[in-house]
Design a binder for this molecule. Structure first.
Ligand code: FES
Ligand code: FES
Length: 171
């Protein structure tokens, strides 16, 4: 049933979008031209996702859309209606500990995007059958680390995930 709020949004030209955001059902009114990146940061109070290039080139704005990493600066917000979005705020400190320990988090501009892609790689070790860690992380640009720390952090995550899996198989 249409509510007063829906009618107000229509008057202002906004679209109502309901999505699952970091595991919670969330509704937000968005402008048809608004990017997911801006809706997350400025309408939904999740500033962890960063803007670098704004053109799909740097990966700083990486979030998961239905479980896959996407550049949120390229996604029109209305397109996430009924879908699942996860941001860097969904990661636990333990999930980024290896990146910190390997020196992959220096100025921090790239870190949220790097952390999201790194976690995705760690959750999908089968990707390593066809790609190197460096290739899988190539969509996240970093001007500080020379990438060695990032690769090292992801490899530590993969090693930890393999150890947990082996322990589970033995028990
Ligand atoms: S800000 Fe989205 S890819 Fe650079
Ligand atoms: S840590 Fe500075 S851009 Fe990556």
């Amino acid at each position: 049933m249409e509510t007063m709020a829906d009618r107000d949004d229509e008057t202002r030209g906004l679209l109502d979008v309901t999505l699952t955001l970091n595991g919670e059902t969330t509704s937000v009114a968005v402008d048809p031209a608004e990017r997911l990146l801006d809706v997350l940061r400025y309408r939904l109070g999740l500033p962890g996702t960063k803007e670098g290039c704004g053109e799909g080139e740097c990966g700083a704005c990486t979030v998961y859309l239905d479980g896959l990493p996407v550049m949120s600066c390229l996604v029109p917000a209305y397109q996430v209606r009924g879908r699942r979005v996860e941001t860097v705020e969904s990661l636990t400190p333990a999930e980024v500990a290896n990146l910190h320990a390997s020196g992959a988090t220096q100025c921090g501009a790239c870190t949220p995007g790097v952390a999201m892609t790194a976690r995705w790689v760690a959750r999908h070790p089968e990707l390593l059958e066809q790609h190197t860690v460096r290739q899988l992380m190539a969509g996240n640009l970093c001007r500080c680390t020379g990438y060695d720390g990032i690769v090292e952090g992801v490899e530590a995550d993969l090693a930890a995930a393999a150890k947990t899996k082996a322990r589970g198989a033995r028990s």
